[in-house]
Write a protein that binds this ligand. Sequence first.
Ligand SMILES: *Cc1c(COP(=O)(O)O)cnc(C)c1O
Length: 362
Amino acid sequence: MASLDDLPLRADLVGRTPYGAPQLDVPVRLNVNENAFPIADVVADDVVAAVREAIAGVHRYPDREFTELREAFAGYLGHGLDASSIWAANGSNEVLQHVLQAFGGPGRTLLSFSPTYSMYPLLAQGVGSAYVAAPRAADHTLDAATVTAAIEEHDPDVVFLCAPNNPTGTAMGLDVVEAACDAARGMVLVDEAYAEFAHDRSQTALSLLGRHERLLVSRTMSKAFAYAGVRVGYLAADPAVIDALRLVRLPYHLSALTQAAALAALRHAPTMLARVDELRAQRDRIVAELGRMGFSPFPSDANFVLFGGVADPHAAFEGMLADGVLVRDVGIPGTLRVTAGTPEETDAFLASVARLAPSPRP
Ligand SMILES: *Cc1c(COP(=O)(O)O)cnc(C)c1O
């Protein structure tokens, strides 16, 4: 058997490590921001029926343009969008990859603002683009002046703004998006994977699409829609941007089964999203309880909480794992990240983390 070192691997991939959040079979899994609640039986039945119907036609390739699905996403998003402005792929990670294949690539630069989503550098690497991470403020917020200055300094071809930001949960004002669009000569993508969990859901970059033709807004069914295992992400942008993405996608990239399963779920959007408010409440509860315990949780508009005041994150991670609670060490010193779970999962997390608490606040 060969080792990786024996293979004629692309030089820029030598020594790289793949994405690898642990997938451990423990009772309370709060490490990858999944939706804690399985989809409702009534939706599951409809999805199965739709997939059953679709499978009768799988001797043919699926609709390459996934037109019905694009119409359904346009309807879900609102903001006057129609199918010509919608793209979708197998998870928003693939959507982001399409964007970088079309607008990044060798000799080009992706700019983002760290700490942010760990996949951005990997996606840039995969298409041969340079990745530049400009810093956020100490509290992880991002303002228009910082974004404008970084764009002027680095002259990126693509800018990724994650809002609410993973792994910090930080919200971002629409003035920041506008500033980025005004300053950048390249494409500006706002990754709204957690938009449905925001305190103020009206603050979406979708509202700016009509004004900026180089603005892209990506979303996913993995989080709020509780559909992580199906792999469906999507994006809204000017129809010309969608034409650019057609140049790089593999033919028939969305299987007939994926299209059917996504369409059926979207027909039940209110039911699929029924637990979002419960998760937002658990998220707010985690922030409040961690603060009471003496930790330093960062305000979160997502379905997870990053908290500081962890003396030894590695030891704390292992300690909670021993209690059957899986959280995430995202590599920010003195912090851990936890996903908001069901009330019972959140109870288990809070009981476990309380044992590691710095010191109760007076
Ligand atoms: C989870 C997540 C995604 C979505 O990934 P999928 O490929 O759609 O499952 C995208 N962006 C961020 C910031 C995320 O945290």
